[in-house]
Design a protein around this ligand. Structure first.
Ligand code: PLP
Length: 450
């Protein structure tokens, strides 16, 4: 109707969409962090996205620093990716049979991360970590898994305890519906604390199948591993016959061509060290370029325990979906050194400017970085000594982020709607987009100071 069309272009259109959504969908969203639960207000219902910009149903454009929570490394709707997707779609949406493009994507992952000798494609990061855990249990015959507080590995039962991301945003200890028996098979330890890992293995080493960690955590805000932490996990798990699972769903192919593992090992080798290799990697987000593709990879000696070769079952009607694989493969092929250089540059400029604006406004804070990922922690504790674990991340002044977030939104910049999330940039963030963010920062920093 004419009325509906007119409404579509007004600011009320977004509110109307949210009201309608809440009637049809729990909380109006299909993933909790989208709900603005911690910052308040109406989540923006998006109608389109292009390059560094997203546009909501009311016609308002924002510079986007969410980037679909990571996948949009090249920016939104890169023309070559869209063309590859359209071409694949025209040849069939789903076959339920192997394709050559799936092999090419697996080979591209292995080219970047050679330890991923064999790669199994799945559709979400959750499936990747869930399968990695099952595989570790199947290979070792042991029940227990160690995870770290504040790390998020998706919404599988065993890994929701003290998880980051939306679980942190909503301040939940875990999730209802996870049985005590399942929870008892997960040991949650403080991040960056190798002594705690040593102690857990000393007590129950023969029962521990795996340690899973975010390669560099970014779901409690950005909290990089202290020097030697990941190498320490490698050493301890090897000594006890447990697997070391490095979750690169968020960092993989985003912070560098070979993810956090690549960055960290380059640095270790440059300093004369040997480097380390986990047993299993999980990937998601960038590996699908905005379509549902995720993956797990590792040596044949572990991966070949998966069905159909081995006894560990895993499957998926839409696994390796040809349209999604076209998106992921094209994205990875386009993600060359120039792309990573631009993403690094934008991240460096923005993280510096955020820090400067907050300092100028007298807001105590600490900007933490891991490669091109960064986030801000607020308050005197974070400012004084930085944040190295979940307890410290939770101790910050979260209300300051709410003020910053809304001031930026009003100025046309879309930040992640939670202080516990990383800010994501893309190679499509050109100078015009960056300038718009820089122009909005001083006023937003003032708002955070109030
Ligand atoms: N692992 C990490 C490190 C993540 O950041 C996420 C999602 O944010 C996941 C796993 C789960 O991925 P998905 O949301 O695709 O299930």
């Amino acid at each position: 109707t004419v009325e509906a069309q007119a409404l579509r272009r007004t600011p009320e259109a977004n509110h109307a969409a949210f009201l309608r959504a809440q009637d049809a969908i729990p909380g109006g969203v299909n993933s909790p962090v989208r709900a603005y639960g911690s910052v308040g207000g109406d989540p923006r219902f998006l109608a389109s996205a292009s390059g560094p910009y997203v546009t909501d149903v009311a016609g308002r454009e924002y510079v986007d620093l969410v980037c679909s929570w990571g996948p949009a490394l090249l920016g939104h709707a890169h023309p070559d990716v869209v063309a590859a997707v359209q071409d694949a779609a025209a040849r069939g949406l789903s076959f339920g049979a192997p394709t050559v493009a799936e092999v090419e994507l697996a080979e591209e992952v292995r080219r970047r991360v050679p330890a991923a000798e064999r790669v199994r494609l799945v559709s979400t990061g959750t499936e990747a970590t869930m399968t990695a855990i099952r595989l570790a249990r199947g290979v070792t015959g042991r029940p227990l898994v160690i995870k770290f507080a504040g790390c998020y590995h998706g919404h599988m039962d065993a890994l929701l305890a003290e998880a980051g991301s939306g679980v942190a945003t909503l301040a939940l200890p875990g999730s209802a519906g996870v049985t005590d028996a399942t929870a008892a098979e997960t040991l949650v330890l403080p991040y960056n604390d190798l002594a705690a890992v040593e102690a857990a293995f000393a007590q129950r080493g023969s029962e521990i199948a795996a340690v899973i960690t975010e390669a560099s955590p970014a779901n409690m805000g950005v909290v990089p591993p202290v020097e030697g932490f990941n190498e320490g996990l490698r050493r301890i798990t090897s000594a006890h016959g447990a697997l070391f699972i490095m979750d690169e769903v968020l960092t993989g192919f985003r912070v560098g061509p070979a993810g956090w593992w690549g960055l960290e090992n380059d640095a270790i080798r440059a300093a004369g060290g040997e480097g380390y290799t986990p047993d299993l990697f999980t990937f998601g987000k960038v590996v699908g370029g905005g379509m549902p593709v995720a993956a797990l990879g590792g040596p044949a000696s572990v991966m070949d325990h998966l069905a159909p070769l081995g006894p560990v079952y895993q499957a998926g009607t839409l696994s390796g979906n040809p349209v999604a694989v076209a998106s992921g493969l094209t994205t990875l092929r386009l993600a060359d050194d120039a792309v990573y250089a631009r993403v690094d540059e934008v991240s460096r400029v923005l993280s510096g400017a955020v820090g400067d604006a907050l300092t100028a406004a007298g807001v105590e804070h600490r900007v933490q970085r891991a490669g091109s990922l960064f986030s801000v922690f607020f308050g005197p504790l974070a400012a004084a000594s930085g944040v190295r674990d979940y307890a410290q991340a939770q101790a910050q002044e979260t209300f300051r982020y709410t003020a910053l977030f809304h001031a930026m939104l009003a100025a046309g910049v879309n930040l992640p709607p939670s202080v516990f999330e990383a800010w994501f940039v893309s190679a499509a963030h050109d100078d015009a987009a960056v300038d718009r963010i820089l122009a909005a920062l001083p006023n937003a920093a003032e708002a955070a100071a109030a």
